[in-house]
Design a protein around this ligand. Structure first.
Ligand code: NAD
Length: 460
């Protein structure tokens, strides 16, 4: 029998959400071959036809919203409110790119002789491989697939094994409204992912920095376009003039919501000046977050995805304590049989220590003191990642200055690090990203190439 992968519910690991085939290289290649055939008609079809199909896909997802949100809760342990929000966002993404299919598809330039037409037209890349993580099981696949399809590509999606069920259901829903072979899902893990990179015309990846680097190297070796969105070590800088209670509430959510499993989660809080009052407020805000069953409407912090993820969080907290850190709250497993871990805050941490440098991807956050704004900026930028940073202040000049000098793709003033606007460019600097930005109007840069066309009058 073909090898299988299993996706289990993190709040009830005895619950096998789906058991799916681990696609072999040959099966991945066959899916890509089917996509290539489908892409010929899809890529040359009138744009309005693609727009209509994407609106129909949005309707199909919207029609199954309740069921999909429940499946997200069950499969990845995302709190139900956030799961509903993710499905709503997925629908909005489909509609946004349905409209973008009808945007101007190129530019005109003055020609050398002033008579000829000189055009640069966008054209699809062909078949695009999408490799996605488990933490946004419907929004991430769709913020890649929707622009890819809108601009005339076929896609083959390889979801993370822990999010296979949502991807399979998504394929079932949109298959009914899209031409055959235009969107296919292949389940599996690293082998299937590698095979996809080896056979597609372009690859868009979201996941960890270590895997993203492998994908970028393999794509470069084949000479295909690649886009990799990876991890973060995101700081929130709190200046002395920030409102303590409000800022603490925002940061507590950004650090611990969905058990800190967002690439945009806050994992360092850099407090300028006297850190004691803010630290106290943050501990209270974190301890006030409702933790537990993600199906419960009140829950903000559910489980982490696997037993290994829980061990990683607890070990990181222990290592921080081993090198002089102090646990302010958490650092223990949570109640229940699932992979629960208490939201954990650690201070007295050295800015160069692993907890303040590496991505742990769980409900773990380090507090770091800074003497002044320059010191805060130095600490904020002193990591290999550069996805997002927040600054909390009422001082407009400092906010404007930091928004320029933070080495990140997203700078947010008085707003949480977490949160993505699908209609604006998204991506990071340094180890957080490779290749062109995702989302918004920027998406077209990756999912199309251009052809420059000269049309001169025939000789008379
Ligand atoms: P991961 O890197 O373990 O896996 C991502 C995907 O890559 C999965 O589908 C996996 O099966 C596949 N894969 C694994 N090895 C491969 C290989 N050698 N070749 C090709 N594909 C391979 O990440 P994860 O644990 O699923 O997700 C968590 C990570 O994703 C975190 O680092 C998080 O920061 C990141 N993330 C980033 C963003 C962003 O937009 N920047 C968004 C969400 C998550």
């Amino acid at each position: 029998m073909a090898q299988q992968i299993e996706s289990r519910s993190p709040q009830d690991p005895t619950d096998v959400v789906v058991s799916a085939p681990a696609a072999t290289s040959g099966q991945v290649r066959a899916a890509v071959d089917r996509a290539r055939v489908a892409s010929r008609e899809w890529g040359t079809a009138p744009a309005v036809q693609r727009a209509t199909a994407l609106h129909a896909a949005a309707d199909a997802v919207a029609g199954a919203a309740t069921e999909l949100a429940a499946l997200i809760v069950r499969e990845v342990g995302k709190p139900v409110g956030e799961s509903r929000g993710e499905v709503a966002r997925a629908v909005a993404i489909l509609r946004y790119f349905a409209q973008q299919a009808l945007d101007p598809d190129g530019e005109t330039y003055p020609s050398a002789d002033g008579r000829a037409l000189l055009l640069a037209r966008h054209r699809p890349r062909g078949t695009v491989g999408l490799i996605t993580p488990w933490n946004f099981p419907i929004a991430i696949p769709l913020w890649k697939a929707a622009p890819a399809l809108a601009f005339g590509n076929a896609v083959v999606l390889k979801p993370a094994p822990d999010a296979s069920a949502v991807a399979i259901r998504l394929e079932e829903l949109v298959r009914t409204v899209l031409p055959d072979g235009v969107l296919q899902v292949v389940t599996g893990s690293a082998e299937a992912g590698r095979a996809l990179v080896e056979s597609v015309d372009a690859v868009s990846f979201t996941g960890s920095a270590s895997v993203g680097r492998l994908v970028a190297v393999a794509a470069a070796a084949r000479g295909i376009a690649a886009q990799c969105e990876m991890g973060g070590q995101n700081p929130s800088i709190v200046l002395p003039d920030a409102d303590i209670e409000q800022t603490a509430a925002i940061i507590a959510n950004a650090a611990m919501g969905y058990a800190g499993q967002k690439c945009t989660a806050t994992s360092r809080v850099i407090v300028v000046g006297d850190a004691a009052p803010f630290t106290q407020a943050l501990v209270a805000a974190v301890e006030g977050l409702a933790s537990g069953d993600p199906a419960d409407e009140a829950t903000v912090v559910g489980p982490v995805i696997t037993e290994a993820a829980r061990a990683r969080v607890l070990e990181a907290a222990e290592a921080a304590v081993g090198s002089g850190g102090r646990v302010l709250t958490g650092a223990r497993s949570g109640d229940g049989d699932g992979w629960f871990v208490q939201p954990t805050l650690v201070d007295r941490v050295d800015a160069g220590s692993p907890i303040a440098q590496d991505e742990v991807f769980g409900p773990l956050c380090a507090l770091l003191p800074a003497t002044d704004v320059e010191d805060a900026l130095r600490i904020a930028n002193g990591v290999p990642y550069g996805l997002v940073a927040s600054v909390f202040t009422r001082d407009l000049n400092t906010a404007l200055d930091l928004a320029q000098r933070l080495d990140v793709g997203l700078a947010r003033i008085n707003a949480p690090t977490s949160g993505v606007d699908f209609h604006a460019p998204f991506g990071g600097e340094k180890d957080s990203s490779y290749g062109p930005r995702e989302q918004g109007k920027a998406a077209r840069d990756f999912y199309t190439s251009t052809r420059t066309i000269t049309i001169a009058p025939a000789a008379s």
